[in-house]
Unconditional design. Structure first.
Length: 154
């Protein structure tokens, strides 16, 4: 589901805080019923890291949402994005990434290297806070993992 962005929402992204600020009204717009489930949004950006498109790509359960790199990068290719940000919520409010979150991010990093569409960050958000894989150093750890290096060598 495409989320319509007002012209003032097509901002230049400089930090994870910018992404969180952009996503707050989107998260609040969700109905109470939907807010009890995990959502996956993909933010598509142009070469100057200006927001061009925001898509709700997945609606999951209370504890998980499918994060499929094929679907994510298909969207990025269709929208001609040069970079993307993956964002999902944890209805519990607990922002620490699960092992499944880390594995999905690792797969997105590998796909980004292959397709040359940069994954800028992966955020987990709640009503009042967020976790940035980039800011917390998880992104760097996953980027240097053996499986990523193996995939990029192929």
């Amino acid at each position: 589901m495409t989320i319509r962005l007002r012209p003032d929402q097509k901002i230049h992204i400089q930090s994870s805080a910018d992404i969180f600020q952009l996503m707050q009204p989107v998260l609040r717009r969700s109905s109470k019923l939907d807010r009890d489930r995990e959502h996956l949004w993909i933010l598509c950006l142009d070469a100057s890291q200006t927001v061009q498109h925001l898509e709700l790509l997945g609606l999951g359960t209370q504890r998980a949402v499918l994060i499929d790199p094929k679907e994510i990068y298909n969207l990025a290719l269709l929208k001609r994005a040069t970079s993307i940000v993956a964002i999902h919520n944890h209805p519990s409010g607990k922002l620490r990434p699960s092992q499944a979150d880390k594995t999905a991010t690792e797969k997105m990093i590998a796909a980004s290297q292959f397709l040359n569409i940069k994954l800028l960050d992966h955020l987990i958000i709640s009503d009042d806070n967020y976790f940035s894989f980039l800011d917390e150093g998880v992104f760097a750890l996953l980027s240097t993992s053996k499986s990523i290096m193996l995939n990029s060598a192929l």
